[in-house]
Design a protein around this ligand. Structure first.
Ligand SMILES: NC(=O)c1ccc[n+]([C@@H]2O[C@H](COP(=O)([O-])OP(=O)(O)OC[C@H]3O[C@@H](n4cnc5c(N)ncnc54)[C@H](O)[C@@H]3O)[C@@H](O)[C@H]2O)c1
Length: 354
């Protein structure tokens, strides 16, 4: 896998996973261009790329702004497409916003790529959320698609654009359906970005965790370096054996054990159990963990970082840089989206109380 002197484009590169990818690619000698307009409510943070500032080119534009990114697309035969909104709750409260970010922008972007750089390799950050509440575990790529929220629906549409254009010979795209990813550079100041960010925000400010329900639901959290490695392999592969891969963590863990391990590592009192709030219950998917057989067999990828190790590294990163990620005077950050968007066309029953 050689990225030395290769030109690569990262969409969403100011966010959590994209910035970790950018740093790794710079270490490998790649010429990195980031396209990211810092969409309010997503995880963009300029500090994320501090270690490589001066080494990466930043285009502060949307992927849907063809004029702004045309030259960059033409220069970069490998594109890591991470632009997106990850919050399931945001998608339920602001479904048209989610549609715009996760679907319409992607359509515009992929049409531009297919015209400017036909056949370009595009590695897309898909999500396990498209599978909804699993029919069986572990979840492989043949599992039915039945998302339970707008985010899953919109991400799936974007997934289909990638595969449709690839089947038509206009792109050479591969979709990695990621499980819950954690690690340095997650946004802590954006509420509703998933339980791992919430756990981190609380633990780093010395607060006891709350577990909704009995905590027996399973997840397979994946350390960000493992997600980055999967993306690098997909970007560098010659002929792609498959167009989509499930990418998960090293082992299934219950939410209770994730919370207990995190609390122990952070030196905070053990978690307490509480009732599942209605808004979360509606989009909860029960247990999920990934069958990584395909990506292991076809790319030789396995998740290497145990949860304890990854979480310890993550805590250490934030303990050194916390003020860059959280306003300590406001450890429960409000949802800033309401200032930018009013609740949109979601049926009332789908809206999540503020
Ligand atoms: N973090 C996870 O656990 C996880 C799990 C599954 C899938 N994913 C996918 O991985 C990708 C990256 O997730 P993340 O956790 O780094 O999120 P993030 O919110 O930290 O970063 C996303 C970035 O995309 C940017 N962005 C949004 N719309 C854009 C546009 N139109 N043009 C350019 N940039 C745009 C945002 O400004 C932000 O910096 C997302 O597509 C997400 O759906 C993440």
């Amino acid at each position: 896998m050689n990225y030395q002197d290769r030109q690569v484009l990262i969409t969403g590169g100011l966010g959590f996973i994209g910035s970790n990818l950018a740093i790794r690619l710079c270490e490998m000698g790649a010429q990195v261009t980031i396209v990211d307009p810092s969409i309010p409510g997503c995880g963009a943070n300029l500090f994320n790329i501090e270690p490589v500032r001066g080494q990466v080119s930043l285009i502060p534009a949307s992927i849907s702004d063809r004029d702004a990114i045309e030259a960059a697309i033409g220069d970069c035969p490998v594109i890591f497409n991470l632009a997106g909104e990850i919050s399931h709750l945001h998608s339920m409260n602001f479904p048209e916003r989610d549609l715009e970010i996760n679907t319409l922008s992607q359509l515009r972007f992929l049409l531009a790529v297919s015209q400017i750089a036909p056949g370009a390799r595009v590695v897309y950050a898909g999500t396990r959320q498209v599978y909804g509440a699993p029919d069986y575990l572990p979840v492989d790529e043949k599992h039915p698609i039945k998302p339970v929220d707008f985010n899953g629906v919109h991400k799936y549409a974007a997934t289909m654009y990638h595969s449709m254009l690839s089947d038509a010979g206009q792109l050479d795209a591969v979709v990695l359906r990621l499980t819950n990813v954690y690690g340095p550079r997650m946004a802590l100041d954006v509420p509703c970005q998933g339980f791992l960010a919430t756990y981190l925000r609380k633990l780093l400010t010395g607060r006891q965790l709350e577990i909704f329900g009995d905590g027996r639901q399973l997840r397979d959290p994946m350390y960000v370096d493992d997600a980055v490695q999967a993306m690098l392999l997909a970007g560098a592969a010659g002929t792609l054996p498959s167009r989509s891969y499930n990418v998960g963590g090293p082992e299934p863990l219950s939410l209770a054990s994730i919370a207990s391990t995190g609390s122990h590592l952070a030196g905070v009192a053990p978690p307490r159990f509480c009732e599942f709030p209605d808004d979360r219950k509606r989009i909860d998917i029960g247990s999920y963990y990934t069958d990584c057989t395909r990506i292991r067999e076809e790319f030789g990828w396995v998740p290497e970082t145990k949860f304890e190790d990854g979480f310890e590294r993550t805590l250490a990163y934030y303990q050194s840089n916390l003020s860059r990620y959280l306003d300590l005077a406001q450890p429960n950050p409000p949802c800033k989206l309401a200032q930018h968007y009013s609740a949109q066309a979601a049926p009332k029953s789908h809206r999540v109380p503020a």
